[in-house]
Design a protein around this ligand. Sequence first.
Ligand SMILES: [Mg+2]
Length: 453
Amino acid sequence: MVKITGFTSRDVRFPTSLDKTGSDAMNAAGNYSAAYCILDTDVELRGHGMTFTIGRGNDIVCRAIDYLAARIVGRDLEALVSDWGKTWRYLVSDSQLRWIGPEKGVIHLALGAVVNSLWDLWAKVLQKPVWRVVADMSPEEFVRCIDFRYISDVLTPEEAVDILKRSATSGEGGGKQERIKEAEANRAVPAYTTSAGWLGYDEDKMKALLRKSVDEGYRHFKLKVGGDVERDKRRLEIARDVIGYDKGNVLMLDANQVWSVTEALDYMSHLAVYKPLFIEEPTSPDDILGHAAIRKGLASSGVGVATGEMCQNRVIFKQMFQASAIDVCQVDACRLGGLNEVLAVLLLAAKFGVPVVPHSGGVGLPEYTQHISTINYVAVAGQKNILEFVEHLHEHFRHPARVEGGYFVTPSAPGYSVEMKEESMARFLYPGEEGVSWWTTPSAREILDGEQI
Ligand SMILES: [Mg+2]
């Protein structure tokens, strides 16, 4: 028996805006940040969960974590996870907190951190990585993790059990047990990179980073677009010069919600010639029918539509699938209410036959999503899909995500992999302790006193 005795939230921010890492058409200068939930227990173990933001407002998410995590203090871990779907429902059922969502926005980002901290703790108790905890579940146990409210019109628990049973004895490799072996051999999740593609990078930097990625064995490359059409055409020209059209390399584009539906269709008519596999986030993440219209409009050019990193809950995903609005589902590890809701989306995607390529562009996200993609391959879809690997800030984690030979190294350490080193937390804590935190040094003034964009 492990009892949750308390928690702390922590506001950790990295000054990535200084070198434009993470810059795109909508987010010119983000500081990659983590709103942390750390659960204390009556044993040696602690549960670490975080949610990703890009700076200002990270403190607001931390405040929301404080409200939600307080609801599980004094509770036994075993009781909480033995009926996970019910626990999840309990965590979204404080009516006063629900009012400031419901199941979306800051309160839901905070829920992701809290729920994932429970998964991390539970996996540490079981001494398994989170992906393996889920892979070892029976279909019935898997389905009990999910709250089916709002999705049972499209996917019932019984149907979900059937999908998982079918997957256990079919798909790549022949079945789940074979795919678990493949995961243990680090061949479950092929990686793609966005490292060269940030909008704020100049052309020389982009070219050099693309060449480096090609040399490292990458075959999929994603570039940010949507700032200026002439500049984007030049950048895509350069990218295609480096990766070619006939070398098996795949180009993907990401507009980060910068266009209206008609603008997306017009802008993409200029970029389709560069043969991108898909355009990611062409418009508002809430616009289900807008995505469907863009997908229809681009169909003849062979360009697909991807979205999901800011889809706020399983309901939006349900409708995206119902409306045939997307070719690729880019679920986020913490924008949804933690792994439980992600599992619901994996099942919905499997039902509709849409590949899942989780969003990983942020600190801690590849650490999380390597588990999600492994779960999806091994236990749900049974089909391999690529996963984004962004090369920044992994050095701060105790068990960082790693790519070798073009594949993610399947996590083997117990937990959900987002536990940060103590010294990194202290160094980048915001506003932080004088003399300890980077944010109290003169170098931080450039950000703190600079223009707030
Ligand atoms: Mg994106």
